[in-house]
Design a protein around this ligand. Structure first.
Ligand code: DC
Length: 226
């Protein structure tokens, strides 16, 4: 299937499989996959390494904002980079994950990341996943998906993924954490997670990856006549 030069925005709740689906879409159509959360994680690592955020997640916003002017954070061949240093595995660690939510609420940081994302998507043929891609970063994206799934199904998937990495957590604990993150993401003041009016909802509670792709191809074929 040949599709036109468009931007595909994939937003939605945590643990709904956004990044897996976005990667699957990129592979299927020869698009570039861009992970917007990785840039929030990159800024978090930068803040941690340079003393702009403390153990209690208190952020020195003014100093961090000034330092961002010189931060060369970008996507590269192996994922996310600061300058020539690949930070991909480092930004997936628990210590970064535990500080990224407060970092992502700071308007100056959101505007820094938005700029990087717009630059990265300027040549189209990208699929970008996140929380505010279809609402704020690319409000004119030609195709917007909004992913959701039953919280219990999401918690079960997340618990299984954690168990496969040797992290043990009860289903209750995972479910609570997920609902907390949904709340923070949906209630922050700047760019909260909301469905764009023109986004198409995908509830994948009872769908396999192959079924999701069939669903998408039908939508693309209807929308773009290909
Ligand atoms: O998708 P992720 O878990 O890598 O995202 C990390 C954090 O960044 C998460 O707290 C939500 C936030 N985020 C955001 O606020 N806006 C985006 N477009 C992407 C991620």
């Amino acid at each position: 299937m040949q599709i036109p030069d468009i931007i595909i925005a994939v937003d939605g709740y945590s643990s709904t499989g956004k990044s897996s689906f976005a990667k699957q879409i990129a592979k299927e159509f020869g698009f570039t996959y861009l992970d917007s959360g990785a840039l929030y994680r990159g800024v978090t690592l930068f803040a941690m390494e340079n003393g702009f955020i403390d153990d209690d997640c208190k952020i020195d916003v003014e100093a961090l904002d000034a330092a961002l002017k010189g931060l060369d954070l970008h996507f590269g061949p192996q994922g996310t980079y600061i300058g020539s240093r690949c930070i991909e595995s480092r930004i997936r660690s628990l210590d970064v994950a535990s500080k990224v939510s407060p970092i992502a609420t700071v308007p100056q940081i959101r505007s820094f990341v938005d700029g990087k994302l717009r630059e990265a998507g300027s040549r189209k043929r990208v699929v970008m996943d996140g929380r505010d891609i279809g609402t704020t970063v690319f409000p004119d994206a030609e195709l917007k998906l909004f992913m959701t799934a039953d919280p219990l199904v999401r918690a079960q998937r997340r618990a299984a993924e954690m168990a496969s990495k040797g992290d043990v957590a009860s289903l209750d604990e995972v479910l609570r954490n997920l609902q907390e993150r949904d709340y923070i993401d949906s209630h922050r003041e700047t760019s909260p997670l909301t469905q764009a009016p023109d986004a198409i909802v995908l509830d994948n509670s009872n769908m396999t990856p192959a079924q999701q792709m069939d669903w998408l191809k039908e939508i693309i074929s209807d929308k773009f006549g290909c």
